[in-house]
Write a protein that binds this ligand. Structure first.
Ligand code: COA
Length: 179
């Protein structure tokens, strides 16, 4: 990978984020649980909130990979804040457009997401991946995620069912501050 910078997206990145996300959902409907229709129905301010830093949710982030000024990859983490499940983050919305794929951008995004989750004190990351999505599975397994379950016919796209794999990565305990 060359010259790609990764940073947390901010509300000012909303238009680029929305465009790239819609493209991913349109070009790879079998890879995502959300559809283009779901996304189009999501109000812009809900998406902008996703990109806004929130001191009460330091683990939540949408990372963007930039080649110059162009957004060429996205990957998010969010946490269900209910007491019994707030130790784990969910990885969502990983996408690198085809013309940029195969250069390590997806790997760099998930590595950064893992670092962010660890720094934020999360104990584990989970995600789902469509069972026959070999490139995505490769990226996650390379980073240390392991398959921990399979849901048959988890999504339907154009009337055809696709299984989803559940994957998990356990993070080392964050070191307690000295003193
Ligand atoms: C999955 C995705 C994010 C990967 O991004 P990327 O920038 O190409 O990722 P990387 O370049 O870091 O790595 C891609 C890996 O997939 C491998 N790969 C590509 N095609 C493959 C195939 N058909 N079978 C197995 N592995 C494959 C590459 O060899 C590479 O692994 P390696 O470097 O160990 O050889 C990107 O392809 C994408 O957005 N796909 C469509 C949407 C999607 O599937 N999102 C994930 C939802 S869970």
């Amino acid at each position: 990978m060359s010259e790609v910078a990764i940073r947390a997206l901010a509300p000012t990145d909303l238009d680029a984020y929305r465009l790239l996300r819609l493209r991913g959902l349109a070009e790879h409907p079998e890879a995502f649980t959300s559809s283009v229709g779901d996304e189009a129905a999501t109000p812009a301010d809900a998406l902008a909130r996703r990109l806004a830093p929130d001191a009460a949710r330091p683990h939540d982030v949408v990372l963007g990979a930039f080649d110059g000024g162009t957004l060429v990859g996205i990957c998010g983490i969010d946490v269900d804040m209910r007491e019994k499940v707030r130790h784990k983050g969910r990885v969502f919305g990983m996408y690198v457009p085809a013309e940029c794929a195969g250069k390590g951008i997806g790997g760099a995004l998930i590595d950064r997401a893992v670092g962010h989750a660890h720094a934020a004190g999360l104990a584990q990351l989970t995600l789902t991946v469509t069972a026959d999505n070999a490139p995505a599975r490769r990226v996650y397994e390379r980073t240390g995620f392991a398959v921990c379950g399979r849901e048959p016919q988890a999504i339907r796209v154009g009337g055809r069912g696709h299984d989803k794999l559940f994957m998990v990565l356990f993070l080392p305990a964050a070191r307690a501050p000295r003193g």
